[in-house]
Ligand binder design. Sequence first.
Ligand code: NOJ
Length: 563
Amino acid sequence: MKKKWWKESVVYQIYPLSFKDSNGDGIGDLQGIISKLDYLKDLGIDVIWICPIYQSPNHDNGYDISDYRAIMKQFGTMEDFDELLAQAHERGLKIIMDLVINHTSDEHPWFIESRSSLDNPKRDYYIWRKGKNGGPPNNWESYFSGSVWEYDETTEEYYLHLYTKNQPDLNWENENVIRDVEEMVRWWLDKGVDGFRMDAIAHIVKAENLPDAPNPNNLPYVRAYSLFSNLEKVHTLLRDLNDKVLYKYDIMTVGETSGLGPEQALNYIGNERHELNMVFQFEHMLLDSATGGTGKWELTPWNLLDLKNIMSKWQTVLHEKGWNANYLCNHDQPRSVSRFGNDGKYRKESAKMLATFLLTLEGTPYIYQGEEIGMTNPQFQSIHEYRDIETLNYYQQAVESGTPIDTIMEAIWKKSRDNSRTPMQWDDSHAAGFTTGTPWIKVNANYQEVNVQEALKDENSIYHYYRKLIDLRKKHEGLVYGEYKLLLPLDPDLYVYTRKYEEEEFLIIMNFFDRTPVFRLPEELSSLSAELLLSNYHVEKEDLHEITFRAYEARVYKLKSRE
Ligand code: NOJ
């Protein structure tokens, strides 16, 4: 297997709005991030992925960009960014940017021109169509509710937006769009950034002629994923971007690609494809959605066997052919400890168990800010405390369709993107030390107990456990490159696998619940002796032939043959 720095790296994701505010306006900023670089360095991470910091009217928290070459005023200036990059590099940390090229803001000059007249030279930078039968050109539903089409009076046509109406989709059929995006990408790379997370990259190509999606249930709008996701031409565009721009730089790329399995993912990341290094897959994020993803708000309990199946499939299919991007949480998902662990009595144990999982899989681990201290979903009581456009649109639509408020709030508590967007909890002072002013979104009520200052002091904290795990990965190549093999596939409580690389072999055992299952060493490993490297509990006896696992207990062993 080819060794690469980005395979050996641990990535830390920063959501700049909520990370650290340096000037008291209640919004995180670049100087805030700079002030925490030492904290990140001490944690042991290698790469920082920063969510969008470009100029934006903020309808979707920066994912609506009005100038790709300017910094959002609330975040600071381009000088601040240059300082951030230099200071990160000085510490040996890399920075990857969020590259949002499926759409721009409707305030981007390209769109302002595009919408101004039918014959404007930028008209074709976006996807414009005439209406059909007095309505929108097709029946596709936007990710954030309603139609993907918005009628524009100036030219009496509709433009397409997969996300909010303030995020018109770029037309990738237009050569000038491609050229302008390439120039912009080159501009950032020449500045010295270390790569990109490519937002919504699976969607940049839409099905020819934009046909209606099948609509057997006669819905007003239909989630038409297959008509705008992972289409063949995306690959041509990504290869071109590589051939023309990316290949010249020693960078990493990770694409956001919903709606695919590992075989299809290899079309993006297969060693010989020259498209992307990794993709974020979504299959494990859909486990608690009743309809397998079309309705994220319809709750269903997730099941460990399904999680094992999905993760094992990705681990095995990609081994030696591609590379995984592993994550349990990000700015679009609920907090991992609230979702896959226990954010009450066993918050610490389960957060450490999940950390063990994240850091011992094959692939690059992505830690989301606050995950390293076990931050939880906030469960705000009123809808007025939520800020996310997706959440607010869902609330309104669900109220209008008669869903009881309790059911709606229950879904929001579990699934809202704001769950992971509350301010980073630095200490127990005003606003958790995030800002001296009023934070743009409320701080989680548990900040006096859950915060970085506490975590740094307590040598048994989740934070220190993350440090140890990261350190372990750095010390053992087998934890980076080792082949994954699932054991006890049908055990409903324990998730057990080995990682084997050359002479090194590791055994990872995790109890995913608060029950107390018994682990018996499988026959195939019985000739080996085991050295315990790390556990989230105090372990008296290292022998592992028969162990009763405690709630959310996790152990990492190094296996050796008994001579
Ligand atoms: C995915 C991003 O992660 C999400 O936050 C955003 O709303 C959409 N793409 C649109 O850019």
